[in-house]
Write a protein that binds this ligand. Structure first.
Ligand code: GDD
Ligand code: MN
Length: 233
């Protein structure tokens, strides 16, 4: 079974539409799955909306006390997930749920044991970033370049990915910051079996991004820790 973790902060309007769409995709591809919404006490009532949807769909809602950060939300979601395969996506339609079945095929793999991590990537052939302002593209580019010495993944900044749960075993992941895929790529037990598949990333329509100055500084601190980890093990 697959557990899809969706961290939320003020995403009421988005999840109302996203959750039914995710389940349409799963049903059509005959995939057994659950969605876990990890909400940080959103003032707009996202958690209540998710609970309403849970009456109709296989959705669980993890309610946290306050805004504790994106990576830590994902890790808390992993902790309560029932699936042996874990997916992560944003709530704001930037990540096309239609890609989930394809990602899963790479994980299950007909050959060998499949991949241990699949990344929805904007930086491989066929991938793209649509309607992001130049400023945001530059920040993303800079962040990616800085991560190059520690990973050969083309889009380690992506927030859309899937892993086998076994990748997390004993990895001791750091819950700080925004870039949990990078953290997993560096420390996870994936044995290098990582692949990237193209996605068309679209900017959100409702609400606003939570990536501000604070997250940029957080990222640099996170990166320093990962460099150190790479060097000293
Ligand atoms: N629970 C919780 N707590 N959720 C959060 C928090 C938090 O502190 N901060 C953000 N989120 C949720 C948002 O509600 C959204 O569903 C998702 O995490 C991503 O946040 P956005 O605010 O939409 O981020 P972004 O669009 O600027 O950046 C996204 O795309 C980038 C490019 O792929 C993220 O996925 C980045 O990690 C990614 O690099
Ligand atoms: Mn977004």
């Amino acid at each position: 079974m697959i557990s899809i973790i969706i961290p939320t902060y003020n995403e009421k309007e988005n999840i109302k539409k996203l959750i039914p769409r995710v389940f349409r995709v799963l049903e059509k591809a005959k995939i057994r799955g659950e969605v876990i919404i990890v909400d940080d006490n959103s003032p707009d009532g996202t958690a209540e909306e998710a609970e309403k949807l849970a009456k109709k769909f296989r959705v669980r809602v993890l309610k946290r006390k306050g805004k504790l950060g994106l990576s830590s939300a994902v890790l808390d979601g992993f902790r309560i997930a029932s699936g042996d395969i874990l997916g992560v996506m944003d709530a704001d339609f930037s990540h096309p749920p239609e890609k989930i079945p394809e990602m899963l095929r790479y994980i299950r793999g007909s050959r060998e044991s499949g991949y241990n991590m699949v990344i929805g990537s904007r930086k491989v052939k066929g991938g793209s970033i649509e309607d992001w302002p130049i400023k945001r593209k530059l920040i993303s580019k800079g962040a990616t370049v800085l991560a190059r010495p520690i990973t050969r993944i083309k889009d380690p900044m992506s927030g859309f990915f899937m892993i086998k749960k076994s990748v997390l075993r004993g990895a001791g992941l750091n819950p700080r910051g925004f870039k949990i895929a990078l953290e997993i790529a560096v420390k996870g037990r994936h044995k290098g079996r990582i692949t990237e598949i193209p996605i068309k990333f679209r900017d959100r329509r409702y609400g606003e991004s939570k990536l501000g100055k604070k997250e940029i500084i957080n990222y640099l601190l996170h990166l320093m820790k990962l460099y150190k980890y790479k060097i000293t093990g």
